[in-house]
Write a protein that binds this ligand. Structure first.
Ligand code: GDP
Ligand code: IMO
Ligand code: MG
Length: 429
């Protein structure tokens, strides 16, 4: 099956949106399968920049775009995003956009709880996007979520509201907050229901029909493997599984549906929010990476932390997620550096290890072991073939391939959709 799954192989913001948009024209459907509007995916097409958080990036090319059940959906954020995209000339209709009717909703109580917890945690905060993602997933697993399909039966919502409010009222009391205003919540849900329901459908059915018809499906991951709730730098992670395997449970297609797993990998490393970051550079080199790469969060505008490429982490995330090939992005940001470092191992208690330990304290203590390479003269900006790249840049890419034990399928050389070198077509596999 010629499906493609795009996932982030670092801490998010690797350039997934650009790559999904680039592949979308050749897909029959683009599907989000986890996360929510904590994601911020940027697409640059000519003079226009699109920023998507909840809508699958395929919507810009008009490709059928579906939100799977694994996503947590804030209906008001969705409405705002659709209005914003429509004002940029993107058409979003029930013909080209659908939402799984078994998607759990992010409600105002979730956002409030997220923000209250982070404020109370002080220095120990996770540095979340404050969008209610964690609390919404907790309620899903705790079996008290309100889901998209419930919006069609709001008159029968009492027992679910009881369960949800009993839980939240106890938590809110701990923060000195008033109980949930149930009447106001119900009113808000009544107000938004018709808007959401026009797109609601059993997405698993739509996808299985597409599969029977031989449609190519492009899965769009959010965040990155190092933010995965199991495999990431726990507890400094998001609250969903971001690995490729989530495609099956988060969309309703079987485990064989992922197809070619394309890991998106930035040519250096960034992270937003708290948590360990072995190759972080808090000096002028890190500053320069941030400036050249415009490393400010798409969602929260926070400055992203920057550091050298960490081959240990990417080898690990590619293995964990079964990555078939990587799309290397932002190589152009390294133009002009005299020397470039790559992390090839960690020192922990006098020993060198070649993987990231699971324990948070060990993760914070490890020290990177680097190898150094010469940088390159000239520019990679806008290169669309290997011939356009300086020889030393090719050497850097080849060394990355070798260290992460995974081939490069494409190299991205600017934010612009078509500034990409294709090495191996993921849809052709
Ligand atoms: P995502 O969350 O993985 O989709 O990534 P973001 O959109 O949050 O962040 C990636 C940023 O890098 C965006 O501003 C992109 O426009 C930009 N970008 C993507 N690929 C490249 C590239 O190859 N070179 C440069 N300079 N910028 C890129
Ligand atoms: P995209 O899809 C980068 C980070 C937050 C925080 C942690 C938990 O654009 O790559 P959450 O709000 O999810 O509970 O926050 O995860 N985070 C991201 N970092 N890119 C993202 O998405 C992220 N989504 C969440 O900064 O550290
Ligand atoms: Mg992003």
């Amino acid at each position: 099956m010629a499906n493609v799954t795009v996932i982030g192989a670092q801490w998010g913001d690797e350039g997934k949106g650009k790559i999904v948009d680039w592949l979308a024209a050749r897909a029959g459907a683009v599907v989000r399968f986890q996360g929510g509007h904590n994601a911020g995916h940027t697409l640059v097409v000519g003079n226009t920049t699109y920023k998507l958080s909840l809508l699958p990036s395929g919507i810009v090319t008009g490709t059928l775009s579906l939100i799977g059940n694994g996503v947590v959906l804030d209906p008001w954020a969705l409405m705002g995003e659709i209005e914003r995209l429509e004002s940029q000339g993107v058409s979003i209709t029930p013909e080209n956009f659908g939402i799984a009717d078994n998607c759990p909703l992010i409600l105002p109580v979730h956002t409030q709880l997220d923000v209250m917890r982070e404020a109370a945690a002080g220095k120990g905060k996770i540095g979340t996007t404050g969008r209610g993602i964690g609390p919404a997933y907790e309620d899903k697993v705790g079996r008290r979520a309100i889901r998209v399909c419930d919006l069609a039966h709001l008159d029968e919502l009492e027992p679910q509201l009881d369960r949800l409010c009993a839980h939240h009222d106890a938590l809110r009391a701990g923060f000195g907050e008033a109980p949930v205003d149930r009447a106001a919540l119900l009113d808000e849900l009544k107000g938004i229901a018709p808007f959401v329901l026009q797109y609601a459908q059993p997405v698993w059915r739509r996808l299985n029909e597409a599969k029977k018809a031989g449609t190519r499906i492009l899965f769009e991951g959010a965040q990155g493997v190092l933010l995965d709730v199991d495999h990431g730098t726990y507890p400094f992670v998001t609250s969903s599984n971001t690995v490729s395997g989530t495609v099956a449970s988060g969309s309703g297609l079987g485990p064989g549906s992922a197809g070619f797993v394309l890991g998106i990998v930035k040519a250096y490393t960034t992270r937003v929010g708290s948590g360990p970051f072995p190759t972080e550079l808090e000096d002028e080199v890190g500053q320069r990476l941030g400036e050249r790469g415009h490393e400010f969060g798409t969602v929260t505008s926070r400055k992203r932390r920057c550091g050298w490429f960490d081959a240990v982490l990417v080898r690990q995330t590619c293995a964990i997620s079964g990555v078939t090939g990587i799309a290397l992005t932002k190589i152009d940001v390294l133009d002009g550096f005299e020397t470039i470092k790559i992390c090839t191992g960690y020192k922990l208690d006098g020993e060198v290890i070649d993987y990231l330990p699971s324990n948070a304290q060990d993760q914070a203590r490890i020290e990177p072991v680097y190898e150094e390479m010469d940088g390159w003269d000239g520019t990679t900006v806008g290169a669309r073939s290997w011939a356009d790249l300086p020889a030393q840049a090719i050497k850097y890419i080849r060394r990355i391939e070798e260290l992460i034990e995974c081939p490069v399928a494409s190299v991205s050389t600017s934010p612009e959709r078509d500034d990409t070198i294709l090495v191996r077509d993921p849809f052709a596999d």
